[in-house]
Structure formats: structure tokens, C-alpha cells
Design a protein around this ligand. Structure first.
Ligand SMILES: Nc1nc2c(c(=O)[nH]1)N[C@H]1C(S)=C(S)[C@@H](COP(=O)(O)O)O[C@H]1N2
Ligand SMILES: [Mo]
Length: 523
């Protein structure tokens, strides 16, 4: 074996010793970047091929233990996605560089490593709900081939060192030129993938949609329903400021013409309905406060919007719910699921398949073309975005978050928040507003009290009532005296029940306790 192996090596390894380790690493990194760019470009243009980068991220999200996922959300909030993607990019870059150095010694080994790493990405891609196996594997193979070819070409150029006397720099330049070329291809591919991904086109599609006039519009907003105190969260949170929580690394881009909603499972007459059919059904409008079970006391994972859509009850009556179908499971195009009692869907009139948010078609981030909105339930058990199916099942089937350490039932707990003054802020002495919001969807808010330092609980002034499902602003004028003050608030719901002062964490079924802020008043 000795002799042929030596011969093979010298041919295989690009005169290995003459390629510096740094150049080899750079070659590997650029090979990885070009390969990934090619794959992502194809994935963005071909529906049956998922983004392999996103698939790897999804696999990470789905396989980390629930406590870690919660910790990541708690530490990073909505930044969890960019951080995860940056980590994947970093790992890919490091793997690429390592592969380049491996290929410097033995090109075949580097090439095999490259193919194996790509195969892992393909494996993650095949697990995506919208992946077709053959095109996905072919795309992976194309990416690996491009990557290996780029690696080969760059290493070959790097091996052609200029003579020691420095009389020629052509070859050195040719490596740098090639490297710059590969980098440009990678960047262009990435930018192309973003545009082909369809966000641009979807924005146009959404803009062309006219929401039908609801048969049961929400009432007019009475004067005084929004106190308009500077710094106080508005009664209706604008769509682009509305909190966003989901497991989707990349927002599903859905052309309503390709979309349909299935009503299936334990029903007499399963059916599917298109976007146009849904838009032609009688719609209602309702002001509903949506909140996340991960919202800390005083946190901002809560918002209020005017939602428009088709009542769930109408769809369920058409399908005919069978006895024993105690759970309604919403299913998303991206595989997310959330389930709640079927009775809630039938009893709560405003529970709906929403197509509109604050007078506009649903924003992409908030579930376009359709999502569930159910007053009184935390989002993780109810508010499925990018809805693809409504499945009637028994209670044994679990939605996405249940095996990850969250309670099976998720009724929203009565809560209040102090918005003004800002937490940890400084205010001048004299008359100052203390203001905030309070919510108890389905029960409504009857009172909010505020306590300053060790003083008595004082009744705050409430904004005009809009709807029990909708939060209510509150306000208390305060004669602020210089020094440090501690302000607490607590709400009473429409059933006369006081918000609990027991301090509980967000898991498993929602944080409780009074919101408390500290304010410095300057003399
Ligand atoms: N498809 C999908 N829908 C989803 C989720 C998700 O991860 N995927 N998260 C749910 C959770 S936990 C919450 S709190 C709400 C948040 O809705 P928003 O992003 O529109 O505020 O969406 C719900 N719907
Ligand atoms: Mo949530």
C-alpha cells in the first residue's frame, strides 16, 4: 500500500505544505458560504425545498429541553431567533474553516467531511413539515458539489506560491481574486434568497386585500377609553409594535391562493375552506387582549388589538362536532400546535379564525393569512398563527408546549402593569401621573388600586369600558415628593376577584404577583 498511497497523496493534497493554514481555513470558510448560499437560493425559489439553515435551527429549537428553551426566551426575548441564526452561521464558518484545513493535508478527507456536514443539514431539512425528499436531497447534493468545487479551486490557487524572490505576484493575486469572487457569490446568493423568499411579493398581495365589512362590528370606541397619558401603552397597540412570540425561525410566507384551512378529526363532515371562501363568510370584530404565558409580572408580552374573522362556532357547526371531541387543536403550516377545550370555542362568541388585525389583513408575523384568537386563553394553548388545520380530538393529544413543561390549560390570569412612570425612571417633584393597563379577558376589569410606599391602597381612575376581553387603562394623579418611592398596583376583575399577590414564576401556567416599580423623584 505504501507506494501508491504516496503517489495519491502528492496528487491529492495540492502540494499541501505550500498552502498556509490560514489560506486553507479561508478557502474552507468560503466554500461553506458558497455552498450554503446556493442551497438557500434554491430553497427560497422552490417550495418543496426547505431552507437547510432554518431547518437546522428548527431542529435545535425542537430538541433542546423545555427549560433551556424557556431560559433562552427569558434571557433573549424576541432576539432569540437572530442569536440562534448567528450561532448557526458561526458554527458553519468554523466547520468550513476546519474542513479547509483538513483538505489541505488530504483533499479527499476534506471533501468527505464537507459532504457529511451537508448531509446533516439535509437530514434536518427532511424533517421540515413542507419538505419533499428528492428535491431536498438533490439541493443538498448541489450545495455540497459547489462547495467542494470552490474548495478545490481555491486550494489549487493557494498552492501556487509566488517565487521566493518576490518577482511575481500574479498567483498570489489570483488566490485573492478567486476568494473575493467566492465571497461575492455567497453574498449575492444570500441576498437573492431573501428577495426570492417572497416577503416583497407578499407585502404587495396583502396590500391588495380588502377585508369584508363585518356583520357584527365592534362598537365605536367611546371617548375616554384611551386616556392618552404620555408614556401609557395605547388602547390599541399598532400592528408593527405588537409583541411577537413564536417558534418560527423564518416567518412562513403563504400566498392565500395556495392556502386552505382544513376542519377535521372527530367531526361528522370534515371540510376544507379557501381564503376566498373564508373571506365570504359572515365575520365579526372584537377587541381582544392577547398575552403570552411567558409574560413576567410587569412584562410587555401582552397587547390589545381589534381582531376580525369568522367565529369558530360557525365553522364547528358546519363540521358537526362529535361527542368526545373535547379538544380543539390548531395546527400551523410550520408544525406548531395549540389545543384548548372545544367547549370554549363553542361558548365564547368572540373565539375566531382571525383574518384581520386593527383594520388590516393579518401582518405576516402575526399569522397571515389566518390565525386563531380566543379571548381568555394564553397564546400558547390557543392563538395558532399561519393556521392550516383545526382538528377536533380528545383531551389526550398535546399541543407543542405541553410536553415542554407548560400546563395543559392556559386561562389568562388577572394582571396589571404600571407604564408611567417608567420602571427605574426619574421624575420631577410635583403632580405626576401614575398610569398603566390591567386585563382579565372574558371577565373584564372593575377596579385598579395603587399603593405608594407604605400608604393605603387608593382607587385609580379607570378608562371608559370597552369590552370584557379588552384591557383597561387606569390613572392616578400623584403629588410626588423628592426621594425614592415604591409604587405597586393591583386589579380587581369583573367577578369582584382581586388579583393575587402570590409571586409565581411564568412556568407552568403564568406569572402572578403585584407589579411594583421604584421611582426616583428629584427635588
Ligand atoms: N404557528 C405558531 N403560532 C403561535 C405560536 C407559535 O410558536 N407558532 N406561538 C403562540 C404563542 S406562545 C403566543 S403568546 C402567540 C403570540 O401571538 P403574536 O406573536 O401575534 O403576538 O402566538 C401563538 N401562536
Ligand atoms: Mo406565548
Amino acid at each position: 500500500m505504501g507506494e501508491p498511497r504516496l503517489v495519491e497523496r502528492s496528487r491529492d493534497d495540492h502540494a499541501a505544505q505550500r498552502v498556509t493554514a490560514d489560506r486553507a481555513a479561508l478557502s474552507g470558510l468560503l466554500a461553506a458560504a458558497t455552498g450554503i448560499a446556493v442551497v438557500e437560493l434554491v430553497a427560497s425559489a422552490v417550495g418543496a425545498v426547505p431552507s437547510l439553515v432554518i431547518s437546522v435551527g428548527d431542529t435545535v429549537i425542537d430538541s433542546v429541553p423545555g427549560w433551556l428553551e424557556r431560559a433562552a426566551i427569558a434571557a433573549l426575548g424576541t432576539n432569540d431567533k437572530p442569536v440562534l441564526l448567528a450561532c448557526i452561521a458561526l458554527v458553519a464558518a468554523l466547520l468550513g474553516a476546519a474542513t479547509g484545513r483538513l483538505a489541505r493535508r488530504r483533499f479527499l478527507l476534506g471533501a468527505v467531511a464537507f459532504v457529511l456536514i451537508t448531509a446533516l443539514g439535509v437530514a434536518a431539512g427532511l424533517a421540515a413539515p413542507d419538505a419533499s425528499p428528492v428535491p431536498t436531497v438533490l439541493t443538498g447534493a448541489l450545495g455540497a458539489a459547489v462547495g467542494v468545487a470552490v474548495l478545490y479551486r481555491l486550494l489549487a490557487a493557494a498552492a501556487e506560491e509566488p517565487p521566493a524572490d518576490g518577482s511575481s505576484t500574479t498567483d498570489r493575486r489570483s488566490f485573492l481574486l478567486l476568494a473575493a469572487g467566492a465571497a461575492s457569490v455567497a453574498v449575492a446568493g444570500g441576498v437573492g434568497a431573501w428577495f426570492l423568499g417572497g416577503r416583497e411579493r407578499l407585502t404587495e398581495l396583502r396590500a391588495a386585500i380588502r377585508l369584508p365589512v363585518p356583520v357584527r362590528p365592534a362598537g365605536p370606541v367611546p371617548p375616554g377609553a384611551d386616556l392618552e397619558v404620555p408614556g401609557l401603552t395605547p388602547l390599541f397597540v399598532p400592528n408593527d409594535e405588537f409583541y411577537r412570540i413564536d417558534t418560527a425561525l423564518r416567518v412562513p410566507i403563504i400566498d392565500p391562493a395556495d392556502w386552505q384551512l382544513e376542519i377535521r378529526g372527530m367531526v361528522d363532515e370534515p371540510f376544507t375552506i379557501t381564503y376566498d371562501e373564508l373571506m365570504a363568510m359572515p365575520q365579526i370584530e372584537a377587541d381582544i387582549t392577547l398575552t403570552c404565558v411567558s409574560n413576567e409580572v410587569g412584562g410587555d408580552l401582552v397587547g390589545n388589538a381589534r381582531w376580525q374573522g369568522v367565529p369558530l362556532r360557525a365553522l364547528l357547526e358546519r363540521a358537526g362536532v362529535q361527542a368526545g371531541a373535547t379538544q380543539l387543536l390548531g395546527r400551523s403550516v410550520d408544525g406548531f400546535t395549540a389545543g384548548f377545550p372545544t367547549l370554549t370555542a363553542l361558548d365564547v362568541e368572540e373565539a375566531m379564525v382571525a383574518v384581520g388585525m386593527n383594520g388590516e389583513p393579518l401582518p405576516t408575523e402575526h399569522g397571515f393569512p389566518a390565525r386563531l384568537v380566543v379571548p381568555g386563553l394564553y397564546g400558547y394553548v390557543s392563538a395558532t398563527k399561519w393556521l392550516s388545520a383545526i382538528e377536533l380530538t380528545d383531551w389526550d393529544v398535546d399541543g407543542y408546549w405541553i410536553p415542554r413543561g407548560w400546563a395543559k390549560e392556559g386561562p389568562i390570569k388577572t394582571a396589571s402593569r404600571i407604564d408611567v412612570p417608567r420602571l427605574g425612571g426619574t421624575v420631577p417633584a410635583g403632580r405626576q401621573p401614575i398610569a398603566g393597563v390591567a386585563w382579565a379577558p372574558t371577565r373584564g376589569i372593575e377596579g385598579v388600586e395603587v399603593r405608594i410606599d407604605d400608604g393605603p391602597w387608593q382607587q385609580a381612575e379607570l378608562a371608559e369600558r370597552l369590552d370584557v376581553d379588552c384591557w383597561r387603562q387606569w390613572y392616578l394623579p400623584w403629588d410626588a415628593t423628592p426621594g425614592v418611592h415604591v409604587i405597586a398596583a393591583r386589579a380587581t376583575d369583573g367577578l369582584g376577584e382581586l388579583q393575587t399577590d402570590e409571586q409565581l414564576p411564568v412556568a407552568p401556567d403564568g406569572a402572578t404577583g403585584y407589579p411594583v416599580i421604584e421611582v426616583v423623584v428629584e427635588g
